[in-house]
Ligand binder design. Sequence first.
Ligand code: BES
Ligand code: MN
Ligand code: ZN
Length: 501
Amino acid sequence: MEYSVKSGNPEKQRIGCVVVPVFASRKLSASTKTIDRASDGYISNLVRRGEMEGDLGNILLLHNVKNTLCDRVLLIGCGKEKDLNTHTFDKINHVMVDTLNACGATEIASYLTEIPIKHKDLNWKIRQSIASIDAALYNFNQLKLEKHEPRRPLRKFIFSVSGRGQLMQGELAVRQGMAISDGIHLAKNLGNLPANICTPTYLAKFARKLDKQHPHIKTTILEEKDMEKLNMGALLSVTRGSQEPGKLITLSYTGSNNNQQPIVLVGKGVTFDSGGISLKPGAGMDEMKYDMCGAASVFGVIDACAELQLPVNVIGIVPTVENMPDGSASKPGDIVTSMSGQTIEILNTDAEGRLILCDALSYAEKFDPDVIIDIATLTGACIVALGEHPAGLLSNHNPLANDLLSAGKKSGDRCWQLPLWEDYQQQLDSNFADMANIGGKGAGTITAACFLSRFTKKHHWAHLDIAGVAWKSGKEKGATGRPVGLLAQYILDRIEEREQS
Ligand code: BES
Ligand code: MN
Ligand code: ZN
């Protein structure tokens, strides 16, 4: 979809459809009033007759409104002004897209930017609208013979702003919104691909493709034999039971001068998690194709940074393997030596994410990171603790945690902090190795993070457990592209902070 910004009166837009808000009860917005005046009170008449209350989700589509240059005017009910918030704004955008799709409108000028939302500016409204619209239009039909695409799809979407003075701000928001939305789109598509297509080799090829597309992205791939040389015994132990070769992908985006320390993002890339010898139960096992959504989000964020040519350095590290049971698979009780030298007793082969991440985190050190953030569908326990709304956040550095919490609030792609107290560490004690890979019954998300913390002591580090947020189950099964929005916002905030100091 092509997005742009324009200032000007609604009745003067020569376009297929103009979208304007109406609030409850029967309160016209400024743009709606302008059309009303031009059309000699046509809209206020309809409203008075009870055709449109302005309740959230109400719609009224008008044709050939007098003294307007557009074919149609779509009134969208936004509910009471005092009830407007980020959720209702999202709902309004969805209703708009569904209606426009159903009536075959292809070119739109929208005045929904007028809707007042507390503490949110034009930049936010435009970016959020792009995210909502693209989410509403998303479908994954590349593997279907029958694509069922709309006959007349939305093509052109213009955000109206209230004056020329807002054009620059609006255009920046469109650029940012589209780049982030593209990153989310990329992450969703990778997530939704089945594990027989999206293998570690596929991800490596995909990374090479990003390298070709963007002059500031460089990709390197370590093969199993390279990882052996680096003594990545933990990562390699997970890939042993699979026919698919494991890889360690590094994508580096250099948008700033070379001596600026990079933000390092490490994404879990288990393309299928059967559990290994500690096999998972059959029901719902298909969803373990989503166990590479951390990796997908890293690709998505780096793609967005490159598209916006952001002045930062970001390195994405993706350890990618398939966790399968065969004759050479790891067995419960096996002890392996990680790249750091610390030994690990594998008491459960299904706790594989931390085994690949720990070596990737050790590898990250060579990039002299400013901060390290890992993103992983790491524990079912995180879904028990927090459900599907926020990602779990654990960190060894509170300022970093606060930055992520704040970026989550701003973007709507939220996270929530759990404690990383020393007290939990003893749950990882092993009689036979430096640590076990599971921490027993309680606090599964925290003990998983405690495990990772033993490999990131030298750096400011945060861990995002996205098990609950990376995809939806049930009828709307599909990847969400989270937390691309959160991480992109974090990076934008970091740039802004640096420019101010
Ligand atoms: N990929 C899973 C975590 C997961 C499970 C995410 C279900 C989303 C939905 C991870 O590798 C795993 O299997 N974790 C185990 C850890 C346990 C063995 C300590 C889990 O959560 O059961
Ligand atoms: Mn597992
Ligand atoms: Zn897993």
